[in-house]
Design a protein around this ligand. Structure first.
Ligand SMILES: [Zn+2]
Length: 134
């Protein structure tokens, strides 16, 4: 069964597919074409990242450009994934008081932005705190 390219792209972009170097075992996100440690000796493979990690640092955004202003205040954080790479993402579905440095988070698939007239909706990953019931 062939999967339309559209959905393949969605998968690698939104399912947190990273690159792992089998030579030095370093994991990268987003995808890389070579490993900066190993360069020409790189042995890269794609890996699905767990989407689990913790907050390294964060900031509360109180005013934003027009398309994001409806969401303020919101939290942007640098999340260090369990596999090693760090990324910047919005933290959602929580109170600001729940977010601290070291808070465990997991990725969720959410609407990022809606282009008013074109009606295009962009989806992507965001993160939410891991609660005891999860
Ligand atoms: Zn390497």
């Amino acid at each position: 069964m062939s999967i339309p390219r559209f959905w393949r792209n969605i998968q690698s972009r939104y399912n947190l597919i990273g690159t792992r170097c089998r030579r030095c075992n370093e994991t990268y996100f987003p995808l890389r074409n070579f490993c900066p440690n190993c360069r020409r000796m790189s042995k890269l493979e794609k890996v699905s990242l767990s989407g689990k990690g913790e907050i390294v640092t964060y900031t509360v955004i109180h005013s934003a450009s027009e398309e994001f202003d409806r969401q303020t205040p919101y939290i942007m954080a640098i999340v260090k994934l369990d596999e090693g790479p760090s990324l910047t993402a919005q933290i959602v579905d929580c109170n600001i008081s729940e977010v601290k440095i070291g808070t465990k988070v997991k990725s969720v698939f959410r609407k990022i932005q809606e282009d008013g007239e074109a009606g295009l909706i962009h989806y992507g990953y965001k993160f939410t705190p891991v609660r005891r019931l999860d």
